[in-house]
Design a binder for this molecule. Structure first.
Ligand code: NDP
Length: 337
């Protein structure tokens, strides 16, 4: 399809807008003129977005995520290209956008239209669709980056148990499924005992309670984990770190349980343990593409179906409170249309 065949841009679009008022941050569905979109080379018709912990913070008006107002939250989006002034993307092409500050510094995915820089976008992997992409979303993409980081630091199937913390959440659920698909023996840590069957169904070989990790509060604990994917931080991460095996590695993704890390250097200098930081927002383009292609290979739509619920854009304010309260299981796709 050439640019001249492209569907003309609509003159209005619908967005969930966050505005700062005297009584705090207010969020409402609004119809906006095309001129309200930010600058950018590519205009995308968004069909799906997703709900992440960060979106919960933004939509609930918590400080630190939205950098200016008014703003359209939503750190993920998927849809089709309507127009690309650089010519790199063709009208009608399926694209995915996560991170790069959308839904934080620039309008994000909770809208029927979005603008982006051409090099922020990733092509929809063959055989997948926008709904699948958003059932993965930033959470699944981050889990993939975490698994890749562990592998690059020598964590190999057969080495021993790999721990996933915050396992029933978005990053955690996807990490359990990806590690199991790669042949690892996965231990899932959760505060929700009722999610045991769900986690075993995703491929965990056993499930432990949160308190088993927070109780590990000595500088060096018995060696347990060949690798760790942590989305919780705080005392959970400290316990996991103190009990990681010699030359094991921890991929540190999140702070759902706290941003502190009260720990010693002993695991680093006496066991050669590697603490690996994961930042999905600024992940360079080639690594993004590699991660999305592997997600398409290892975590097709069938595998994610059990992890995913689909909800409407108008449900996002309610869902935001639920994800902050740790009540959302797995991934939530937002149907933006
Ligand atoms: P979810 O809310 O879906 O999952 C977080 C999980 O953490 C919960 O399901 C719960 O798991 C556990 N948890 C929540 N509160 C506590 C607590 N007080 N103590 C211990 N465990 C708790 O969020 P996401 O999976 O979307 O994100 C997880 C974290 O990763 C967030 O901090 C997020 O900001 C971060 N993140 C970082 C990214 C990066 O690029 N580094 C990208 C994406 C997310 P359970 O019920 O199983 O115990």
């Amino acid at each position: 399809m050439t640019q001249s065949d492209a569907t003309p841009l609509p003159d209005k679009y619908r967005a969930l807008r966050a505005e700062k008022t005297d009584s705090g941050v207010q969020v409402s569905l609004q119809t906006l003129p095309l001129s309200a979109l930010p600058d950018g080379d590519v205009t995308v018709q968004v069909t799906h977005s997703s709900l992440n912990y960060k979106d919960g913070l933004a939509v609930s008006g918590r400080p630190g995520v939205l950098r200016s107002y008014p703003m359209t939250p939503g750190i993920d989006l998927a849809g089709t290209v309507l127009e690309d002034r650089t010519g790199r993307w063709q009208p009608g092409q399926g694209v995915i956008l996560t991170g790069w500050g959308i839904g934080e510094r620039q309008d994000g995915g909770y809208a029927t239209l979005a603008r982006a820089h051409a090099d922020w976008l990733v092509a929809q992997p063959p055989g997948t669709d926008a709904r699948w992409a958003m059932s993965v979303g930033t959470a699944g993409f981050t889990a993939m980056l975490a698994v890749m980081a562990l592998e690059e630091h020598g964590v190999t199937p057969g080495d021993g148990e790999v721990l996933v913390t915050g396992a029933a959440g978005g990053v955690g659920s996807t990490a359990v499924a990806l590690l199991a698909a790669a042949g690892h023996t996965v231990v899932a840590s959760t505060g929700r005992a009722q999610e045991e069957a769900y986690l075993l169904g995703l491929g965990a070989s056993r499930v432990i309670g949160r308190e088993e990790l927070t109780a590990l509060n000595r500088p060096l604990e018995k060696e347990r984990w060949a690798g760790v994917v942590d989305s919780v931080g705080g005392a959970t991460l400290a316990g996991a770190y103190a009990s990681t095996r010699t030359h094991g590695a921890l991929a540190v993704c999140g702070l759902a349980g706290g941003s502190d890390l009260n720990a010693s250097v002993f695991p680093l200098i006496l066991r050669g343990v590697n603490l690996l930081g994961i930042d999905s927002v600024t992940c360079p383009a080639p690594r993004r593409e590699a991660a999305w292609n592997r997600l398409a290979r290892d975590l097709g739509a069938g595998k994610l179906a059990a992890v995913t619920q689909e909800r409407a854009l108008s449900d996002v304010p309610t869902l935001a409170g639920e994800i902050l309260a740790g009540q959302v299981r797995g991934r939530t796709v937002i149907d933006v249309t």
